[in-house]
Design a protein around this ligand. Structure first.
Ligand code: ATP
Ligand code: MG
Ligand code: FE
Length: 334
């Protein structure tokens, strides 16, 4: 079964062709980063307009690269939410019309379930049930993943998402937008012990996060250290270590608490080398096997949406209806 996946929830126009939910035939991601860079964040109206320009060529490119004709596609999976409504609508309406015109099924996918399904391109893939940290630009949560289509949220951030904290701290340090990759490159050259920023564990035994305090701590540091520009790498390393320590500890605790031998990290922040390394070390110390997607599958992409869609269509014979609509905030997961 070949599925065409489409993703337009934020500032990436993406399309992919995936076979049987596990084999990526093509995955095209057209990023709008340059467009939004000078505004220091995503401008929703500009994002929607750019998606309209990009969607048809990106889908054509995904079909071309997969060596597939439209008639070879058995179903379409598209991100339905959460995300920017205007941006979501572009991919959603395109996908629905594309499927309707060809009389094939289509399915709306929760973007977060999409991120979780990026793990099933790992060889081997994690075994259910496993604990997963989803750390991205808009969300930071820990899930107990029971199946491809059912996940239980064990805890989530009470304020900022981890990726949002990286982006906001990058802005404070005049490093531009988006900031995750820039901070992590810089942090690699710094000493994480030089400045110790607070770790917000909240309840040690629970799985909620808070990242607004560390952001304020960095702000205070800059206000009280006039020479901070000379210590950028150390500040970046100190900040990164504080965020990573809490996420790694809570993920491994979740796996242990729920008796899971497998744990995983997904979402844009899963590309962070320090998070990957520290969590892998901690997992190994605790006899847990850690799974992380390839770097190209951490950020937003349509292959993960196609994989999630494949399981929704298969397991629940679920199919979208013409009057279905997009949603901006998390409605449900699992
Ligand atoms: P959501 O998935 O919650 O709807 P999103 O789709 O915008 O949000 P993603 O594309 O999954 O988010 O991830 C983008 C985020 O990942 C940004 O905040 C970015 O700064 C962060 N990020 C990317 N690379 C890294 C890195 N190497 N280290 C830390 N953060 C990173
Ligand atoms: Mg993005
Ligand atoms: Fe995302």
């Amino acid at each position: 079964m070949k599925i065409l996946g489409i993703e337009t929830s934020c500032d990436e126009t993406a399309a992919a062709v995936v076979k049987d939910g596990i084999e990526i035939c093509s995955s095209v991601v057209a990023s709008q980063v340059k467009l939004h860079h000078r505004f220091g964040g995503v401008v929703p109206e500009l994002a929607s307009r750019k998606h309209i320009e990009a969607i048809a060529p990106v889908v054509d490119q995904a079909l071309d690269e997969a060596g597939a004709r439209p008639a070879d596609i058995d179903a379409v999976a598209v991100t339905q939410g959460p995300g920017l409504v205007g941006a979501l609508l572009v991919g959603f309406c395109f996908a629905r019309a594309w499927a309707y015109a060809r009389n094939i099924p289509w399915v709306g996918v929760n973007h977060l379930e999409g991120h979780l399904n990026s793990l099933f391109f790992c060889r081997p893939a994690p075994k259910f049930p496993f604990a997963a940290l989803l750390a991205s630009g808009g969300h930071t949560s820990i899930y107990l993943v029971h199946s491809h289509t059912r996940s239980e949220c064990l805890g989530q951030t009470r304020d900022d998402a981890a990726g949002e904290a990286f982006d906001k701290v990058a802005k404070m340090l005049d490093l531009g937008y988006p900031g995750g990759a820039v901070i992590s490159d810089l942090a690699g050259k710094g000493n994480p012990e030089k400045y110790r920023f607070p770790r917000a564990y909240l309840d040690r035994e629970a799985f909620d996060f808070s990242f607004s305090g560390i952001k304020s701590a960095v702000k205070r540091h800059l206000e009280t250290h006039g020479d901070w520009r000379e210590h950028l790498a150390d500040i970046a390393a100190g900040f990164e270590a504080a965020v990573v320590d809490v996420m790694a500890d809570k993920l491994i605790l979740a796996a242990k608490t729920h008796g899971c031998g497998h744990a995983a990290i997904v979402g844009g922040v899963a590309a962070n080398a320090c998070l990957r390394r520290k969590t892998a070390d901690l997992a190994a110390d605790n006899g847990i096997k850690l799974f992380v997607p390839d770097l190209a599958l951490c950020g937003d992409n349509a292959a993960m949406i196609a994989a999630a869609g494949c399981h929704l269509l298969g397991a629940q014979s679920f199919c979208g209806r013409l009057d279905d609509d997009v949603y901006s905030r998390v409605r449900f997961i699992g």
